[in-house]
Write a protein that binds this ligand. Structure first.
Ligand code: ADQ
Length: 466
């Protein structure tokens, strides 16, 4: 295998041990980087007074990392600005929250240029370069301009929005065109890829040849490559004391009540307000269920510098407080709302103790929590996954109870159905989902992407896109 250079906004090398509390992405990339003796390059997360481009080299759990510090203005305009206040809401179909500002766009261009300048001396002619996510879309083009002809890949972890939304971004054509400097672009689902194809054909005049986009003499492979879990790492958590302790604490505190669980970053894309409203609907319309269940919502705050995140936090405080005020009794609290993160072993125990897993984003590139919930269940007595049709994961986990998160009634019906689902049906649905989670895990994902990146030229017999 050729040497791999991964480039992402942040570097999060992780050990493959079950004690890690990092996500599957870190584990997958770390494994591929160790195998190829590669490097993981990105922002350190630290702020410096003046950008110097000085690289800090480290070795974290056997992975070579190279990081740079950014200036306050870079962090404000590129990260808090263009990435989190412009692209993230736009890519999650939230034009109402999308903030357009020239400073943000300028900071984004500047930091992508800085990434290109600083990573350039590390790149050798045979290296494969794999860039991650919407923070770094123009980076491939910046590298091409510096003369690099290496194989360049880009993976988008979010949805790709419809062309009609993309057009509200000033400079959208140049930005999207810059993506066609890559040799491979990976998407979680056919839906996101189809939106991308619609844009490049309609607005850039690109042509398609099989699964390749052709523009200005360049060919870019558009790959569907759904990310998966590090299933073995995750299930290894099962026998840890932390997992057992979290599971038994939750079960004993439930005193016979059924647990409905949600685990999400506190983000408007995750549909948390809609989830709380659906739960309220359930308690209102099915009084017989009161006192027999509770919702445990774990939602660690994220991106607290961004006003829309402060607002959603306030709204969720009000909603959860409102439900508890209305329905609680002296010995029953209907919503346990927890604003902190848990180690992966503890999450495993929490998922396993819960009869229903609620994963109800309004829009989500994939959503790994859905897969974690499935992987953590006891196959003999599994819980039921209630999953939004707008999560990328729904394309693979179609044996979940698929719901429309905009409809409180739909979601409330699904929760009620999950709570009373016969054991045989729970087992059947779980077995189908587990098979997919195990088969298409995170190693399968990185191997699939890297194989596409290694493949030198378009083959003539590839399937045609219809
Ligand atoms: P995210 O939006 O961050 O990722 P997601 O896929 O749900 O979303 O992954 C979140 C990870 O954080 C999971 O592994 C989960 O266990 C962990 N996590 C969440 N809440 C936690 C808590 N309270 N304590 C501990 N851990 C917690 C983006 C895209 C997704 C896509 C991923 C990967 O938005 O759609 O699935 O990248 O491509």
């Amino acid at each position: 295998m050729k040497r791999l250079i991964c480039i992402s906004n942040r570097v999060q090398a992780a050990s493959s041990g079950a004690s890690s509390n990092r996500g599957g992405l870190a584990v997958a990339l770390s494994a591929a980087l160790r195998e190829s003796n590669g490097i993981w390059f990105g922002w350190s997360g630290e702020q410096t007074d003046e950008f110097t481009g000085q690289i800090s080299f480290r070795r974290q759990d056997g992975v070579a990392t190279a990081t740079i510090d950014l200036e306050a203005q870079d962090i404000e305009e590129y990260y808090n600005g263009f990435a989190n206040r412009t692209l993230w809401p736009l890519f999650h179909y939230r034009l109402d929250l999308t903030e357009i500002a020239r400073d943000f766009a300028g900071g984004y261009a500047r930091v992508n240029q800085r990434f290109a300048e600083t990573v350039a001396p590390l790149i050798e002619p045979e290296d494969m370069i794999w860039v991650h996510d919407y923070h770094l879309m123009p980076l491939g083009q910046r590298l091409r301009e510096r003369g690099f002809s290496n194989r360049l890949g880009f993976f988008l972890h979010t949805p790709w929005p419809p062309a009609s939304l993309m057009m509200s971004l000033p400079g959208h054509k140049d930005l999207v065109k810059s993506l066609l400097s890559y040799d491979v672009i990976g998407f979680h689902t056919d839906e996101w890829r189809a939106s991308f194809i619609d844009y490049i054909v309609t607005h850039l005049g690109a042509e398609l040849d099989g699964d390749h986009a052709l523009l200005d003499g360049r060919s870019t492979r558009l790959l569907i490559c759904p990310i998966g879990l590090d299933t073995s790492e995750f299930t290894a958590a099962r026998d840890t004391p932390a997992a057992r302790s979290a599971q038994s604490r939750l079960i004993s505190s439930a005193v016979g009540r059924q647990v409905i669980v949600g685990v999400d970053r506190l983000d408007y894309s995750k549909g948390l307000q809609e989830r709380f409203m659906a739960y309220e609907q359930l308690l209102t319309t099915r009084p017989e269920l009161r006192e027999r269940l509770f919702l445990l919502q774990i939602a660690p705050p994220s991106r607290g510098d961004v006003p829309s995140y402060q607002q959603i936090r306030a709204e969720l405080n009000a909603l959860s407080g409102g439900i508890n005020g209305e329905f609680a009794s002296i010995d029953w609290v209907p919503v346990r709302y927890v604003n902190k993160g848990y180690a992966r072993e503890e999450l495993f125990g929490i998922y396993r103790a819960s009869r229903v897993g609620l994963v109800t984003p309004l829009r989500d590139g994939m959503n790994l929590v859905a897969k974690e919930y499935v992987a953590a269940q006891d196959p003999e007595d599994p819980g039921v996954l209630v999953l939004s049709r707008f999560a990328g994961a729904a394309a693979q986990l179609d044996a979940a109870l698929i719901i429309n998160p905009h409809s409180s009634e739909d979601m409330a019906d699904a929760i009620a159905r999950a709570l009373s689902m016969p054991l045989e049906e729970r087992r059947e649905r779980h077995a189908a989902m587990l098979a997919s989670v195990v088969k298409q895990d995170v190693r399968w994902w990185s191997a699939r992407f890297i194989a596409a990146l290694e493949a030198p030229e378009p083959s003539k017999d590839r399937p045609r896109l219809t």
